[in-house]
Design a binder for this molecule. Structure first.
Ligand code: SF4
Length: 485
């Protein structure tokens, strides 16, 4: 007899997928920060407008989006075969492939590889996968310094802060705050530094240049990997990625197993969808592609670490698996009314916003991120903008149901809904309930919403929601009046 114990999720105590507080508590703190809300409002509205303009000029955007969604679906259906093909191709071209079941294994592999080079520092290309597994912390514990080279990641690292957006990790900081961080943390910075963007960029450039030139090891993520040719792809805007991917002797890439595309032609679709959806550019300035090792050109040692960390468990869920189609463009964050107000830290995971609300709970197991599927108004804006048409609202509802079903004791909310279901399926009960609700009009005294919150335990519901005054006429009464019975 065989017993199926389930698929492993991302382990606890390592990485950055779980917050210290549930979302509502963290969100309450974030909402009190006026500066944060101003920074976020300004940044997200600017990116939203840029995206809308460049997407609007592509006549076949809808077809491109459908192609992206179909490709992701087809790839996931045969992920095992594509992964083996990728391994074969990378190995044939002089690279080494490592399989990491979870964050602990991935961190151990990378630490061992860096140690083997004799180096005690690395330069890093911005990578969500390495943030997910807490690689910087693991390297630091092993005495290896990891230098972030993406400007926003550098700001976050120097500020001893955490990223709050997939694409713009320092979106919660404004120019004045960045200037303060640079003055405090960069040893050789000009004390006359202003908060003018060009000056800030030049200061970061000088700070990083020296690190690029001396680093012997680089660590990157990957936006895509082409299974058929073993080609890895990193798209970026600043050129820091190109420096890391070409200058050091050793390159280590940590990639989630879902980042695969089967062929080069498939890559063409995503290279059109990604920049317009993420930075609002027609094309990203730097696209670096490499396959294995080329003698005398670029890194002479290449390691690819393929990371699971809960992805296989996610793939096993027929509805939830769509979250693995994400190409991390962050368009859903920028349109989300919840994200725009709370910012990314409230989600407690490196994946914030709508995609984080469906991806993090699946990677960790819903019980470890149970509040995240509720961090949404279900308005559907995230689905509208997603370049690979991930139906985030449906996954949110699915995960909420999973969480409710896993509850061992019956909550007041569940009892309320049970009663509501009973009333709605019995006309006499329903009419009686409507009559009783009509009493609320006396309390409202002509106001559109009830003046007082409901008493406990229903106060939990009305604490953050207006309770509308019941209308004079029900829908059925209005229908009968208009159309007769
Ligand atoms: S879910 Fe869609 S919109 Fe959101 S980051 Fe992923 S690809 Fe972009």
């Amino acid at each position: 007899m065989t017993v199926f114990l389930g698929l492993p999720t991302a382990p606890r105590g390592v990485g950055n997928l779980r917050g210290d507080q549930p979302f509502p508590d963290a969100a309450r703190t974030a909402l009190r920060d006026g500066q944060l809300r101003a920074n976020l409002g300004h940044a997200t509205s600017t990116i939203r407008a840029k995206r809308a303009a460049v997407v609007g000029e592509v006549p076949d955007w809808a077809q491109l989006r459908a192609a992206g969604a179909a490709l992701k679906r087809a790839t996931m259906a045969r992920l095992d075969e594509h992964l083996l093909a990728l391994e074969e191709q990378v190995t044939a071209r002089g690279g080494t492939v490592h399989w990491a079941r979870d964050a602990n294994e991935a961190n151990e592999i990378v630490t061992r590889l860096v140690r083997a080079t004799g180096s005690d520092e690395v330069v890093k290309v911005k990578s969500m996968a390495t943030q997910e597994i807490g690689l910087n912390e693991a390297l630091e514990a092993a005495g290896i310094a990891a230098h972030e080279t993406d400007l926003a990641e550098l700001i976050v690292q120097l500020g001893h802060d955490k990223p709050s957006h997939i694409l713009v990790p320092a979106i919660h900081k404004n120019r004045a705050e960045i200037r303060e961080i640079f003055l405090r943390e960069m040893p050789a910075v000009d004390p006359e530094l202003t908060d003018e963007p060009r000056q800030l960029a030049m200061a970061a450039r000088a700070h990083l240049r020296e690190r690029f030139l001396r680093a012997r090891v680089a660590i990157s993520g990957a936006n895509f990997a082409v299974a058929k040719t073993g080609t890895l792809a990193v798209v970026e805007s600043e050129g820091n990625g190109r420096m890391c991917l070409t200058l050091p002797e050793t390159l280590i890439t940590v990639m989630g197993i879902e980042k695969l595309v089967p062929t080069w032609r498939d890559l063409e679709v995503f290279l059109q969808l990604l920049p317009r959806s993420s930075t609002g550019e027609r094309m990203n300035p730097y696209t670096s592609l490499w396959a294995g090792v080329t003698p005398g050109d670029g890194p002479q040692e290449f390691h690819l670490v393929l990371l699971d960390n809960g992805r296989t468990a996610t793939l096993a869920d027929e509805i939830g698996r769509e979250a693995l189609h994400c190409i991390r463009c962050s368009a859903c964050l920028n349109v989300c009314p919840v994200y725009e107000r709370t910012g990314g830290h409230a989600y407690g995971s490196v994946y914030p916003g709508p995609i984080g609300a469906v991806l993090s709970p699946q990677l960790t197991g819903v019980e470890d991120n149970a509040s995240l599927p509720y961090a949404s108004s279900l308005c559907g804006a995230c689905y509208e903008v997603c370049p690979v048409a991930i139906d985030i609202p449906s996954i949110l509802v699915h995960l909420r149901a999973e969480h409710v079903e896993a509850q061992e004791r019956t909550t007041v909310e569940a009892l309320g809904f049970r009663w509501l279901a009973k009333a709605m399926s019995n006309p006499r009960l329903w009419h009686a309930a409507q009559k009783a609700a009509g009493l609320g009009r006396f309390l409202a005294r002509g106001k559109p919403t009830m003046p007082a919150a409901l008493p406990p335990p229903a106060s939990k519901w009305t604490r953050t929601r207006d309770l509308p005054t019941p209308p004079k006429e029900t829908f059925t009464q209005a229908w009968l009046r208009e159309h007769g019975g």
